[in-house]
Design a protein. Structure first.
Length: 193
């Protein structure tokens, strides 16, 4: 045992111990490197739907219809599937101003119409009165779709609202994700007398 301790305390022993330690660290790094790379690759493949270019157009004086325009984009890897789109009213109230009387893309665009009512808070934007239920929209990486929601109000009111989109990753369809827009505002003025 003494000869082993003498060897380890010698210059040659210290160098041998360092060489063994470096070899051990190299082995651990060699084992962990593929694992770290595969986890980075998995993160890059996780889809993420995001809103882009959100814009509201107030109803022009000659119309009762305002619009919300926006794009949905899968900003990451993998495939995401949108299953629902909701307009959720955050608040509303009577309009105080009067209406002024005036005379009058290569990206796939989907247009929907929603009639807002003062006492109704949630609207299924893609719902149809007749016909089959709309199919989900699938987004490949960096794929963009444009949406226009034409809004009218059953009464002269202002509304604040958000757009909420439900979606899932194709490998996990039971796990629903939600992306929500910033709060938007639109005013529907009463006609002048």
């Amino acid at each position: 045992m003494e000869s082993v301790l003498d060897f380890l305390n010698s210059k040659t022993g210290v160098m041998a111990a360092l060489a063994a330690l470096i070899t051990l660290i190299g082995g651990v790094v060699g084992i962990l490197r593929p694992w770290v790379k595969s986890n980075k690759g998995k993160k890059a493949l996780i889809p993420r739907l995001e809103f882009a270019g959100m814009k509201t157009n107030q109803p022009p004086p000659w119309s009762n219809a305002g619009e919300i325009k926006f794009n949905l984009v899968n900003a990451s890897g993998g495939k995401a599937v949108m299953t629902q789109m909701w307009l959720k009213v955050q608040g509303n109230g009577p309009c105080e101003k009067q209406k002024q009387v005036e005379t009058a893309a290569p990206i796939p665009q989907y247009t929907y119409k929603v009639v807002l009512k003062p006492h109704e808070k949630n609207y299924d934007v893609r719902a149809k009165k007749f016909g089959p239920k709309p199919q989900p929209h699938a987004f490949e990486k960096d794929e963009v779709e444009a949406y226009v929601i034409e809004l009218t109000s059953s009464e002269p009111q202002w509304y604040s609202f958000v757009i909420e989109v439900e979606w899932y990753i194709t490998s996990k369809p039971q796990q629903i994700n939600i992306v929500q827009s910033e709060e938007l505002w639109m005013e529907f003025l009463p006609d002048t007398v």
